[in-house]
Design a protein around this ligand. Structure first.
Ligand code: NAG
Ligand code: NAG
Ligand code: NAG
Ligand code: NAG
Ligand code: NAG
Length: 476
């Protein structure tokens, strides 16, 4: 396990490449100035972390912040995975990296870190990016840049990827996977298409895309929104009468992302009634876990107490511990973040970004089609306790997409397994399009079901199907 770590030490101590004047670490093509030596209160680990800025528009002064972690073992032979959170306007570093699939979670007092034993860096090198500018520590010196939308977000991410590979040339030709969740159901396919179009035109460097995976993704509003109410209804969260009123009164084909939603008064009333019954005391992103009460937690954090509240095996207060940790100046310094002293504090979802509210209406299925026409596998996965973008809409959309592509079912709908238990249910079409639920998982799939999520991800990056028997070779 330590073999590659020692190899690196060997090169480092000789320092041959440093003598040659190349700014690389041990011949790997990593930028020394972005190396994160250690994060405050971080457990010791054998892999490296890098963080910093990549300018995407020098004239406007627009710069995106990234956090990169090497794979835990054998990083030189593992693929690279880009992960984006959604929102629009939410942080991939705060969300994906530090509360979902990265190597560390905040400790209960918000002043240190603990190890995530199911980190996805067991299967891949991981790159998290704050996108668009205005999210997390990404920023622009031109305030009008904060008025943005899908097209400019994809364009900036395309520039980001090109520039990031200049910092990390060792990864340019590496197998690249693009993944994300929620509104990244827009970001990831749009970026994938931009990179594929680049590949078609470019005689130079290409992006070696090997797969696209999106979890609980917003794909098509007029299917994803009604499935929220169907989920409420099927989980006993609203009455039969209100469920029926929504089914009868709402024409979701005319539903718009922006509010008011272009619906009849009867429909708007039924939706209002439904949301009122569901109430504030439920976590819509995971309807089976308990909620965390902010006022209690914030006081505990101030008093240096552990804010941890375990519900169904997970710390439901983790997001508050993370916010506390990310706002510590020493954490920002260690991450090379916030170098321009941004005039607001760090938060998970940005209130600076003025994101287009019509782009939410864009139908993403044609982009998924285009990606698969380039023979790139697409996985749509879905935590089955999420009411925000529930599996009900995604499953139908995937089937319709398969039909449109004239794909036949290549794996019939059935259970997949992890450690002898059902990890969820899955189906595959045309050997390219996979739909998989994750049993007991939230909107943030790796958060509530870390082991099942890692198992799904490991199979995805190895180009393998999910195991359909209790006896699995790969059980990480
Ligand atoms: C933004 O402005 C600050 C302050 O002038 C400067 O230090 C920083 O380099 C600028 N950022 C970019 C990306 O040009
Ligand atoms: C709103 O609904 C009306 C009638 O159903 C429809 O004609 C119109 O195109 C819709 N507008 C939008 C922006 O979808
Ligand atoms: C950036 O740093 C300043 C202090 O220098 C701090 O007040 C602000 O909250 C920080 N902002 C973010 C987004 O981290
Ligand atoms: C937000 O974007 C809209 C539409 O692009 C624009 O009309 C509005 O002025 C923007 N608001 C701010 C505060 O920049
Ligand atoms: C499991 O998958 C294999 C290979 O794809 C297939 O041959 C087999 O019939 C499947 N078994 C079940 C129980 O579905």
């Amino acid at each position: 396990m330590c073999f590659f770590g020692e190899m690196r030490m060997f090169w480092w101590s000789f320092g041959w490449l440093v003598v040659l004047g190349l700014v690389v670490d041990g011949g790997e093509g990593y930028p020394e100035e972005d190396l994160v030596k250690s994060l405050p209160g971080q457990p010791k680990v054998g892999f490296k972390q890098y963080a910093g800025y990549v300018n995407v528009d020098v004239k406007a002064g627009r710069s995106l912040f990234y956090y990169f972690v090497e794979a835990e073992v054998d990083p030189d032979h593992k693929p690279l995975t880009l992960w984006l959170n959604g929102g629009p306007g939410c942080s991939s570093v705060g969300g994906g990296a530090f509360t979902e699939l990265g190597p560390f979670f905040p400790r209960g007092d918000g002043r240190a870190l603990r190890k995530n034993s199911k980190s996805w860096n067991k299967a891949s090198n991981l790159l998290f990016v704050e996108s668009p500018a205005g999210v997390g520590w990404s920023y622009s010196n031109t305030s009008t840049d904060y008025t943005t939308g899908d097209a400019s977000t994809a364009k900036d991410m395309h520039i980001f990827m090109t520039e990031w590979f200049k910092k990390f040339p060792a990864f340019q030709s590496r197998d690249l996977f693009l993944a994300g969740e929620s509104y990244a159901g827009h970001y990831i396919p749009q970026l994938a298409v931009a990179l594929l179009e680049h590949n078609d035109k470019s005689s130079g460097a290409k992006f070696n895309i090997k797969g696209v995976a999106i979890g609980n993704p917003l794909l098509r509003l007029d299917r994803d929104v009604p499935s929220t109410y169907e989920f409420f209804w099927s989980h006993g969260m609203i009455s039969d009468e209100i469920g029926l009123a929504i089914m009868n009164e709402c024409d979701f084909e005319d539903y718009t992302y922006s509010s008011p939603h272009n619906e009849s008064d009867a429909c708007n009333q039924a939706i209002y009634d439904a949301n009122k019954i569901v109430g504030d005391y439920i976590n819509n992103y995971d309807v089976i876990v308990d909620v965390c009460y902010p006022s209690i937690v914030e006081q505990e954090l101030r008093l240096k107490k552990m804010a941890t509240k375990i519900s169904l095996g997970i710390d439901v207060c983790m997001s508050y511990e993370r916010r506390y940790y990310f706002n510590l100046p020493e954490v920002q310094q260690a991450l090379h973040a916030n170098t321009t002293n941004l005039p607001y504090s760090w938060s998970m979802c940005s209130s600076n970004v003025n994101y287009s509210d019509t782009d939410g209406n864009i139908n993403i299925l044609p982009l998924l089609k285009q990606i698969m026409q380039s023979q790139i596998p697409v996985w749509i996965f879905s935590g089955d306790q999420d009411s925000v973008v529930p599996l009900l809409g995604s499953r139908t959309l995937v089937r319709e997409l398969a039909h449109d592509l004239q794909f036949k079912a290549t794996v019939p709908y059935g259970a997949w397994f992890h450690k002898g238990q059902v990890g969820g249910w899955a189906t595959e079409y045309g050997n390219l399009l996979t739909f998989a639920t994750v049993r007991g998982a939230a909107h943030m799939v790796p958060y509530a079901q870390p082991a099942r999520a890692l198992h799904l991800f490991s199979n995805f990056v190895r180009g393998q199907r999910l195991p359909n028997t209790t006896k699995s070779v790969l059980d990480d």
